[in-house]
Design a protein around this ligand. Structure first.
Ligand code: ADP
Ligand code: MG
Length: 444
């Protein structure tokens, strides 16, 4: 009898070994290989490494007969050949509830702000599909960001996706912080992907402040975290935005930066043996990036408005990430270093920027006023050399005279102090004053 039981126990142990538990066979750079467990791509696994401070979490990124390729979420100090790899049976997901507001989470959706666990009764998958295109409502309602240059001239709609193209140090974080504090969205989800740790703290304390934090959920995966962690932070943030959208809310997703997300994906692709394609970016980057961005937008319940930052250092027009993203998004806001140097903040280069949906979400008078301001700016820019050297003589051209007359009022309109609140009614009022076009109350 005892032998029989023993036989069953032995079998059970063996089954377990084959099915849910594997053993590390090789660790090379970012890539961990193990024999077993039986797992699917994307499955979360726990590596029991006695010499590391705790279990190491990793995700299945490749399968090659009995070899399972894994990428870690954490540092792999202490990992050894032979360590047990236990499959969880599930893919990455995140516990969601209203209690997430004001909290800071890591790439696995767990709090890192020392405020304790987050109560959550439902879980949302990190890797989800975009809403059915046929069920998506059109973007037809304005979302207020509280930034005059955007609300007035580059008006965004609830559910629109915009890129913020900028070099480093021209005011992306400051701008995202202003939007987070002043938007009329119900909830902000802020994804800080691949920022330096110091920048993360400064963003939370200075740019967001307690006022912004209270209405935001932050997902933070700093630059020193492994690439999988940076990648998944983006998915977790998007999943949290989807939860609030499914509650019927208008969500503002502030994502900094899509470039670092693409780079993380490139690191993973190269480590798992994908061929480099454009600029070393692997094909999966161009497959995954659109899928992530598509998850933003309207659904049949609520909306996710996305502001995604893209790093453009130097005037690299062939940069493949900008190029791909520009094709997907419905608008781009360009931040200019020369404006920042001139202390023109927010350093939005209005003439180089466009919000494709602005006319669909603004009334006719607002659209006309915005067009009129743009025209004045364009005329002024075209003739600025002449004007600045005093070669232009007043009265020679009516539209140049008009552009010169309005120039300083437009500058005053576009420049905004970090802490300055700009409700839309006030923005519209200022536009009326500049252009002489009356914006009726129903357009506010
Ligand atoms: N609206 C603003 N008003 C005044 N100064 C600003 C403003 N936006 C940015 N700056 C200045 O530019 C610096 C860099 O801005 P930051 O938002 O951190 O840039 P980025 O995130 O693009 O690297 C800030 O430390 C600040 O001095
Ligand atoms: Mg920044």
């Amino acid at each position: 009898m005892e032998t029989l039981v023993k036989k069953y126990l032995d079998t059970a142990a063996r089954v377990d070994t084959i099915k849910c538990v594997g053993h590390i066979s090789r660790v090379q750079g970012l890539l961990i290989e193990s024999r077993g467990p039986v797992a699917v791509i994307g499955e979360m696994c726990r590596i029991e490494a006695p010499k590391s401070p705790g279990p190491i979490f990793a995700e299945v990124v490749g399968l090659n007969s009995e070899i399972v390729q894994l990428m870690p979420y954490q540092e792999t100090d202490g990992i050894e050949v032979g360590n047990r790899v236990v499959a969880s049976g599930s893919r990455l997901d995140v516990g969601v509830s209203d209690k997430l507001l004001g909290r800071v989470l890591d790439a696995r959706g767990r709090p890192i702000d020392d405020k304790g666990e987050v109560e959550a009764s439902i879980r949302y998958p990190a890797l989800a599909h975009a809403p059915d295109p046929l069920k998506r409502r059109p973007v037809n309602e304005r979302i207020v960001t509280g930034v005059r240059a955007i609300d007035g001239i580059l008006t965004a709609g609830k559910g629109q996706r915009l890129g913020i193209f900028a070099g480093s140090g021209v005011g992306k974080s400051t701008l995202l912080g202003m939007i987070a504090r002043n938007t009329n969205a119900d909830v902000n989800v802020v994804a800080l992907i691949g920022e330096r740790g110091r920048e993360v703290n400064s963003f939370i304390e200075n740019d967001l402040g307690p006022e912004g934090l209270a209405r935001s959920v932050l997902v933070v995966t700093p630059s020193n975290s492994p690439p999988l962690s940076r990648l998944r932070g983006a998915y977790i943030a998007t999943a949290i935005a989807e939860y609030f959208r499914d509650q019927g809310k208008d969500v503002m997703l502030l994502f900094d930066s899509i470039t670092r997300f693409a780079r993380a994906m490139r690191e993973i692709g190269l480590a798992t043996g994908e061929p480099p394609a454009t600029r070393g970016y692997t094909p999966s980057v161009f497959d995954q990036m659109p899928r992530l961005l598509e998850r933003c937008g309207t659904s049949d319940k609520g909306t996710i408005t996305g502001f995604y930052t893209i790093l453009v250092d130097g005037d690299d027009l062939d940069e493949p990430v900008s190029d791909t993203v520009r094709g997907i998004l419905d608008g781009h806001i360009v931040l200019s270093r020369s404006l920042a140097r001139a202390y023109h903040y927010p350093a939005i280069d209005v003439l180089a920027s466009v919000s494709r949906l602005a006319p669909a979400v603004s009334g006719p008078a607002t659209t006309k006023a915005a067009g009129s301001i743009r025209r004045s700016m364009a005329v002024y820019a075209e003739n600025s050399d002449l004007i600045n050297v005093g070669a232009y003589h007043a009265g020679a051209n009516k539209s140049i005279d008009d552009a010169i007359a309005k120039h300083s009022a437009i500058e005053d309109f576009l420049i905004q102090e970090i802490g300055e609140k700009a409700p839309f009614s006030e923005t519209a009022q200022k536009m009326s004053e500049i252009t002489g076009i009356t914006i009726p109350p129903e357009e506010l």
